[in-house]
Ligand binder design. Sequence first.
Ligand code: SF4
Ligand code: SF4
Length: 131
Amino acid sequence: MRKLSRDEDFILRIQEISQQNIADCYQCGRCTAGCPFAEFMDEPPNRIIRYLQLGLKDEVLKAQGPWFCAACLVCETRCPRGVDIPRIMEAVRTIHLRSKEQLLDIDRIDKKILEEAHPLVLMSALYKYSY
Ligand code: SF4
Ligand code: SF4
């Protein structure tokens, strides 16, 4: 059986960045039920939060769910506990990007995309490297 270890530092870091209390979630599932992108996510919003509650860093960081989140705020408005899930998803992405994994390498982006993409898209993606 695979041994799962709880990473307390990871939980605290997510809470610090998102300013959310992970323990507030009681797993009702309303966030996932309303999320327009849940069907495309390998791990939907409530499961991401459950993994965080359990401190399962590897499960959270390998999930694609946070990258599908469009920050549409539907989940936040449906949550009976007032959990701001988009902030948590953003915190997960931020930790990923700050780990210096080359998820986005400016030198490998097609020149045509660099010329045509909205500057805000590129700036929001790149600012996390310079933090
Ligand atoms: S709606 Fe809120 S309380 Fe319910 S599972 Fe989602 S985050 Fe947790
Ligand atoms: S903010 Fe993200 S997780 Fe929440 S409903 Fe929208 S796409 Fe889904």
